[in-house]
Design a protein around this ligand. Structure first.
Ligand code: RNT
Ligand code: ZN
Length: 418
């Protein structure tokens, strides 16, 4: 059977449930995923005076061929994007600035330092998102930034965040698509704090100063990302979930939920509906924690499928800004991007191919037998046939054939990097 024949057969089965498969595919095409640039070089960045990765996050592995320059990183991203169906976004961090060999302090960064990224995004038809980088820096060596007791250090990071929002505003204006700037800080303590409140008061004040600078929301919106613990901040994290949830709601900012930043049995999928009742928009860092916030490549597991269902069945595709956040240096990095992003898209497709309204109705009627029976049966519906057809239609490799592309790219390009 050809891909087309398989598709026609599968389509009929979904149509029985009132699902318009062509409409689903047309809708899926329009959902952008924000692909993080930092999978391509192990969160290294291109600062002239580079510091080691810090902030309690870690990348393990030394698979050969990582991008050493912005051009290489863009080239690698292009390769990955050619294997992923749809038009997407690229998520940059401030350390990916290009300063022509000059040392530019982070609080002095300007749009001009991202000109190459911007021109490239225009050329490729990509949106851009942005992140100030509050780690891998001498002023963050003690693991404190916006909540630091030292005012000068706080000021430095406040100014870096303001500079970042201006860069993001420029992106939004130039690209005609709103940029999302996400603030994540590592601040916390290894051991039990004697005062949890004071650092949080300072973080709140710092954020107030950062957001006091007016930026047109047409061009940039801001998010804040919480965390439970990090390496070196096991006992206390200043920017906890409650801290940022409160901050975001009170100040009309987006709360960003990273799937690796909660207790192991606490699920982000279960938070989305609550958040959307009180906030117009929510942002995600879809990641995969394995025993800790390990940032493994996203796989098509139950939680990913559940997250996608929550987005789709709550009609929130334009309310949940989907971003990815993983970094694995033990496998081919282009494959990592491809696997993780294709999985994110697959999960959305699977959610769209579910008769969500009917299943909701069953629940309302208290018909839990049928609810469970159907939810289980849908797991073996021929979703793969629709996915293959979608890939073919979108001009990207079908099934595992993308691996061949990655292998030849590795032989021709990556293996020549030392
Ligand atoms: C760290 C956060 C944060 C980073 C990126 C690089 O735990 O998840 O989002 O991964 O900013
Ligand atoms: Zn994250």
């Amino acid at each position: 059977m050809t891909i087309q024949e398989n598709f026609e057969y599968a389509k009929k089965q979904y149509e029985k449930w009132g699902i318009n498969v062509d409409e689903v595919l047309a809708q899926l095409k329009k959902v952008p995923i924000s692909i993080h640039c930092w999978q391509g070089d192990d969160v290294g960045g291109f600062e002239v005076n580079q510091s080691e990765l810090s902030g309690g996050i870690d990348v393990t592995g030394n698979y050969p061929g990582k991008a050493r320059t912005p051009d290489e990183l863009r080239q690698d991203l292009e390769k990955a994007l050619s294997l992923i169906p749809g038009k997407h976004r690229v998520n940059l961090h401030a350390i990916y600035a290009e300063t022509n060999g000059e040392v530019v302090e982070r609080d002095q960064l300007e749009p001009k330092h991202f000109e190459n990224w911007l021109n490239w995004a225009k050329e490729q038809g990509l949106g851009l998102d942005f992140n100030p980088t509050l780690f891998s820096h001498e002023k963050a060596e003690d693991g404190l930034t916006l909540s630091h007791p030292n005012e000068e250090i706080r000021e430095f990071w406040i100014n870096h965040c303001i500079a970042s929002r201006k860069i993001a505003e420029h992106f939004g204006k130039e690209l005609g698509t709103t940029c999302l700037t996400n603030v994540w800080i590592p601040d916390g303590y290894k051991d039990i704090p004697s005062d949890r409140l004071t650092p949080r008061k300072r973080l709140k004040e710092s954020l107030d100063k950062i957001f006091a600078v007016e930026i047109d929301e047409k061009y940039n919106v801001d998010a804040v990302e919480s965390k439970l613990f990090g390496i070196g901040s096991e006992s206390y994290v200043v920017g906890s979930h409650e801290f940022y949830l409160g901050y975001a709601l009170k100040n009309n900012k987006l709360c960003l939920l990273d799937t690796g930043h909660y207790h192991p049995t606490e699920m982000v999928s279960n938070k989305i509906s609550s958040m959307l009742l009180y906030s117009d928009k929510v942002a995600l860092h879809v990641s995969r924690p394995v025993r800790w916030d390990s940032d493994h490549v996203v796989i098509l597991d139950d939680e990913l499928k559940e997250i996608a269902l929550e987005i789709v069945r709550n009609d929130a595709l334009d309310k949940v800004m989907i971003g990815l956040d993983f970094f694995d240096a033990s496998i081919n990095r282009i494959a990592a991007w491809t696997i993780g992003t294709r999985n994110m898209i697959k999960s959305l497709l699977a959610a769209m191919l579910t008769p969500n309204e009917y299943l909701k109705q069953l629940q309302e009627e208290g018909n839990f037998t049928e609810r469970l029976a159907l939810m289980e049966e849908f797991k073996t519906y021929p979703f793969g046939a629709i996915w293959d057809y979608y890939c073919e239609q979108m001009g990207v490799p079908v099934k595992e054939s993308w691996l061949e592309d990655v292998k030849s790219y590795e032989a021709e390009v990556l293996s020549k990097r030392s």
